[in-house]
Design a protein around this ligand. Structure first.
Ligand code: UDP
Length: 238
């Protein structure tokens, strides 16, 4: 199979169908722009399952995504898109980089969810950018930015409500969007939604169940990812 792209946590392969690609979830974990690296056995399989379950749940609620079908333990078929090189972060509580930026401690609730854009560019360290920067860099049109912002807020509403039902607080998350290969005017949700890309805290105990366990050396990384998968799959099977 021809490898089209290899990222930090996933690989993409060509398929016989020009509008579909095979996405493989790796066990590799990286943080701080690749400076910290390791592997966790089973991470690819857990993240693949979570992405399938959450994308199906969102699709049922009218959020179009690149997910097509499940293939095996670590691979899925997704629709081919041209990724917009912007990380779209939605936040409900202060955590991570926001704490330093606005000078409020981690764990402070925000008065309303906020959407931020980060330019996906390793050499620049993925800086926070404004919509004017997006326009100047021709990353997305104003119309696309408005579609993306609207979809990100709706995803936040559905995901936040869903995680709350399983006792998890959705503190913040990152999503990426793409233009459909077969129709560039259509923007859909792409990439993944997993504990690698969300901050998830147990509502009762406050325990972190996400990638911060790896970033901050808190231990029990895969135990926490499995806990999230167990709760999500149980909620969706009943
Ligand atoms: N995030 C991500 N990929 C990145 C940067 C951030 O998935 O390259 C996620 C991160 O897991 C968190 C949210 O986006 O859920 C906000 O991250 P933040 O800006 O606070 O940066 P961090 O503290 O993770 O560097």
């Amino acid at each position: 199979m021809e490898l089209l792209y290899e990222g930090k946590a996933k690989k993409l392969y060509r398929t016989n169908c020009p509008d579909e690609v095979l996405m493989e979830f790796k066990d590799d974990a990286t943080a701080f722009n690749g400076k910290k690296k390791t592997q966790f056995q089973n991470k690819g399989a857990i993240n693949k399952q979570l992405t399938c379950l959450l994308y199906r749940m969102l699709e049922e609620r009218g959020i179009p995504s690149h997910f097509v079908r499940d293939v095996d333990e670590i691979r899925i078929i997704v629709r081919r898109v041209e990724i917009i090189p912007v990380e779209v972060v939605v936040r409900n509580w202060v955590a991570g980089s926001l704490a330093g930026r606005i000078g409020r401690p981690e764990g402070t609730p925000l008065s309303a969810p906020m959407v931020e854009f980060y330019y996906k560019k390793d050499e620049l360290n993925d800086p926070l950018i404004t919509t004017e920067h997006l326009r100047e860099l021709n990353l997305a049109t104003d119309g696309e930015v408005s579609v993306i912002r609207d979809m990100a807020m709706r995803i936040n509403g559905f995901l936040g409500e869903f995680f709350e039902k399983v006792g998890i607080r959705l503190v913040d998350f990152k999503v990426e969007f793409g233009r459909l290969h077969s129709d560039r005017s259509r923007i859909i949700l792409a990439d993944e939604i997993t504990p690698d890309t969300c901050r998830l805290w147990d509502i009762r105990t406050g325990r972190k169940l996400d990638k911060d366990r790896f970033r901050r050396d808190l231990g029990e990384v895969m135990e926490s990812y499995s806990d999230v998968l167990g709760r999500v799959s149980h909620a969706l099977s009943v």
